[in-house]
Design a protein around this ligand. Structure first.
Ligand SMILES: *Cc1c(COP(=O)(O)O)cnc(C)c1O
Length: 383
């Protein structure tokens, strides 16, 4: 995690830049604490995430609040905490935020998330900057939205932002989005509305299965060259990386419960499932699976579908994997640091896993294994 953060910090050396960890990737308190202590701000998408930031010792002034469906209560909570910026995603949200800010007697600092309409060339479920996506304000409406925001007395325009998708493995979509955003900044400032900060979102991919995304510092060297060329290099910059800060730092450890060879498929049934690792079921995502102690006593690897105990055919973790395994073996499912625990559920009344944060030879349990009693807390029998 800290090595991944350092790549961004190197990339921004000598610039005015704020890294806001997009905490939905992994919102465990111990993880947030590590990033807060390293000076990160946070990109949040709910009032619950704001409570986590504060509980982990994060600085509210370095929080930016994204998301298409902020409620009035969440807006009020964020204003009271004194967050740095609301990343507003629609014209209707501007109006509501203005009302909430006026009634709270606190101006809301806003950035408008613009949709640059560029193709990040990633899975459709994790592309967010295309015209057909629900996110952001369309490029052609952005100037009008800024004029409206500047006219609303409860709002203070401070920035502009975009975020085009996730697991992006090349620089071109970022460069295209940057150009589209800078075109807008020029138009907005020509209309008399100054833009203090430029926020280019997150989305940088990681290596799950041989992908070769640019390292963060190399990507940002290219992007900063483009910013400099267009005269924006000295602006306050913000970014919102999530996956690339935590994804490759995490593994999920699981035990092989049963081997079930069949006529068409061989199943390797493990004790982790789609409720722990939802990415394969949700996006047909690939995660490497490696035995902790490679076996020499099993003659040849066989091809297995690695599946969990959940009662769904979609409950698979890996398909057609060559593995030399036996019941009782431990497997590591790699690159599980992002969008796994934070998406984990209790489906089938399965307790969520324990989490252990490892630092050199030191290990800390940052989340204990969830019990059935934990899961039933808050439920009532009929009277
Ligand atoms: C999810 C999200 C991010 C982080 O995306 P990653 O692909 O995890 O880097 C950043 N900004 C916004 C607005 C997001 O929704």
């Amino acid at each position: 995690m800290l090595a991944a953060l350092a790549a961004y910090q190197r990339g921004f050396a000598g610039r005015k830049a704020q890294i806001c960890y997009a905490m939905k990737a992994n919102s465990s308190l111990g993880v947030l604490q590590v990033f807060a202590q390293a000076g990160c701000g946070f990109d949040i998408v709910s009032g619950g995430e704001l409570e986590r930031v504060l509980a982990a010792g994060g600085d509210a002034a370095r929080v930016i609040f994204s998301g298409v469906g902020k409620t009035r209560a969440e807006m009020r909570q964020a204003l009271d905490a004194g967050i740095g910026c609301f990343n507003v995603e629609s014209e209707a949200e501007l109006e509501v935020l203005n009302e909430v800010a006026l009634s709270a007697g606190k101006p809301a600092r806003v950035s408008i998330r613009v949709n640059p309409n560029v193709d990040p060339k990633t899975h459709p479920y994790i592309s967010t900057g295309l015209k057909g996506n629900k996110f952001g304000v369309a490029h052609e409406r952005a100037l009008g939205a800024y004029q409206r925001a500047a006219a609303l007395p409860g709002l203070q325009v401070v920035g502009i932002d975009c975020h085009i998708g996730s697991q992006i493995t090349e620089a071109t979509p970022y460069l295209d989005a940057m150009d589209r955003v800078l075109d807008l900044v020029e138009a907005i400032e020509a209309a008399g509305i100054p833009i203090q900060h430029l926020d280019f979102g997150g989305g940088l991919g990681i290596d799950y299965n041989g992908e070769t995304p640019p390292p963060a510092d190399a990507l940002w060297a290219q992007l900063l060259a483009r910013l400099d060329a267009r005269g924006f290099g000295q602006r306050q910059l913000m970014i919102e990386p999530g996956r690339s800060l935590v994804g490759n730092a995490g593994v999920c450890l699981s035990e092989v419960l049963y081997l079930k060879p069949g006529a068409e498929k061989n199943f390797c049934i493990i004790d982790a499932a789609m409720n722990d690792l939802p990415r394969p079921a949700m996006y047909q995502a690939f995660q490497q699976i490696v035995p902790l102690s490679p076996r020499v006593d099993v003659s040849a690897p066989t091809t297995w579908d690695v599946v969990g105990p959940v009662c769904e055919s979609g409950d698979w973790i890996g398909r057609d994997r060559a593995l030399a395994v036996q019941a009782g073996d431990l497997l590591a499912i790699l690159s599980a640091g992002a969008y796994c625990m934070s998406m984990a559920s209790n489906y089938n009344t399965r307790g969520r896993a324990a989490e252990v944060l490892v630092d050199g030879d030191h290990a800390s349990v940052i989340r204990r294994r969830e019990s059935a009693a934990d899961q039933m807390r808050g439920e009532n029998l009929l009277r």
